[in-house]
Design a protein around this ligand. Structure first.
Ligand SMILES: C[S@@+](CC[C@H](N)C(=O)[O-])C[C@H]1O[C@@H](n2cnc3c(N)ncnc32)[C@H](O)[C@@H]1O
Length: 376
């Protein structure tokens, strides 16, 4: 599998351009941003590298082909004709995930079942036996995307989504996915060198992602596994070599230049636990503080994701917090750049400052604004 492969990395809406830049810097060819993802070409090494290094991708897919899918029969026949025995053996398990837009087959679970049946029937006809299905942790995850009655068929090389880096303590809610936090930092121009502060750090996702960037630590080094490891032809030597290379590139530093605070002790505990598991506790300094008592600063950047409340009543209560943040930025952060991610237009206005730029991002189903302020 040294040949050029057609690959696709998915991401949250609004992060396509940063993901494209990440891919270009890894040496990907024909990088083409699309909606919620980026297509590119590369060899097996690049596919492994993408899983190891990408900070804003949710998963990396290997495109297998495109077939007609105007009806159940057409989809079934197209899938059954594909050489699935090249991608899995009978002792492995499979699962199928489907999406559908503007197609006759609108029901994604139905489309997934048709694909699964076609793969299983192909094995049964050729060998008399059928592979098992494991929806939770399959060896082979087939991703199909139906659009305009065509179907794009891919293998998921990542397995579990890449935002699951492995450092978040179990049971701690994730108000911000790791991949979105990394995207927020990149859109804010964070280069891993400038001092950075998050005065409402919550469980510390922005801080840990910033620290990983500052230390040039590949997120895939944090101990999780990947779907490609369970595919036939997994090149373990190549993968080990890429990890050794990535480890050698880690910048060790004992200077705490990533700083965070929060009003909640639980949040600080979660941040500490994540930082320790990620191996970045040496560069993160945290303390308990109200954002209204922000320590004066003149350099570096502030990146934060204040609470935004879903109901209007909650938002009215939070208005004061946003006003305090705005006042503090104005009076105590002259010379800094500030970047605020919020899901509320009303609360964004309460900051009382004019952003020089704004990006639209989606935190799950919530449309958010990332506001960029220059504090002269
Ligand atoms: C949306 S969460 C931040 C999520 C965070 N980005 C993460 O990765 O988990 C907002 C945080 O603001 C904190 N907060 C609320 N009011 C605050 C205040 N007055 N001063 C400091 N922190 C505050 C909350 O405790 C909460 O942890």
């Amino acid at each position: 599998m040294r040949a050029s492969l057609q690959l696709h990395a998915t991401t949250a809406p609004g992060l396509e351009q940063v993901l494209a830049r990440e891919l270009a810097s890894l040496g990907a060819k024909d990088v083409a941003p699309a909606v919620r993802g980026v297509s590119f070409r590369g060899d097996l090494e690049l596919a492994y590298r993408a899983n190891l290094w990408l900070r804003t991708a949710s998963r990396v897919l290997l495109a297998l082909g495109e077939i007609g899918a105007g009806s159940r029969e057409e989809l079934y026949a197209g899938i059954r004709a594909m050489p699935w025995e090249d991608h899995m053996s009978l002792d492995k398990t499979l699962a199928v995930e489907a999406t559908s837009h503007k197609s006759e087959l609108t029901h994604t679970q139905f489309a997934a079942r048709v694909v699964k049946d076609a793969v299983v029937d192909r094995f049964r006809d050729r060998t008399g036996r059928r592979p098992d299905v494991n929806p939770k942790r399959p060896d082979l995850l087939i991703a199909v995307r139906l659009l305009d009655n065509r179907c794009w068929v891919s293998l998921d090389l990542s397995g579990e989504r890449l935002h699951r880096r492995g450092y978040r303590p179990p049971g701690v809610p994730a108000p911000l996915q790791e991949t979105l936090a990394a995207g927020v930092l990149m859109l804010s121009g964070y280069d891993g060198a400038a001092p950075i502060v998050d005065p409402m750090c919550g469980s510390g996702t922005l801080l840990v992602e910033a620290a990983l960037m500052a230390m040039n630590m590949a997120p895939g080094l944090l101990g999780r596994d990947f779907g490609f490891m369970r595919l036939p032809g997994f090149d373990e030597k190549l993968w080990r070599g890429l990890k050794t290379e990535a480890r050698a590139l880690v910048r060790e530093s004992h200077e705490p230049f990533v700083a965070g605070s929060d009003i909640s002790d639980d949040a600080l505990r979660a941040t500490r636990a994540s930082a320790r598991t990620a191996g970045v506790d040496g560069v993160i300094r945290i303390r308990r503080a109200d954002v209204a008592d922000l320590a004066p600063r003149t350099e570096g950047m502030l990146v934060t994701n204040p609470p935004y409340g879903e109901r209007l009543g909650e938002q009215r209560v939070l208005a004061e917090l946003y006003r305090a943040l705005g006042d503090n930025l104005k009076h105590r952060c002259v010379g800094m750049n500030a970047h605020v991610l919020t899901g509320s237009k009303y609360l964004a206005g309460c900051i009382g400052l004019h952003p020089h730029k704004r990006d639209i991002l989606w935190n799950g189903p919530i449309e958010c604004r990332l506001l960029h302020f220059r504090m002269y």
